[in-house]
Design a protein. Sequence first.
Length: 84
Amino acid sequence: MPAMNETESTRADWHPADVLAALKKRGKTLAGLSVEHGYHPTAAGKALKRSWPALEAIIAEALGVAPAVIWPSRYEPDAIEQQG
């Protein structure tokens, strides 16, 4: 996850391991989220590597944040500000 003192312009996407750890802390898995929402068990994992807005939204919802917080490089800067 990005450090607290980073500016919006330098925010990096969360590392995939950070996403997995955050989900695990909440008792969730990528496969579980995929199946729960009618996708193949490996589908949500693909969103960690490339843009897939529907699954990004599912993962972000499970973590209680906006997709733009996890993947700022995939969203417009004002998408993060609206969630802040």
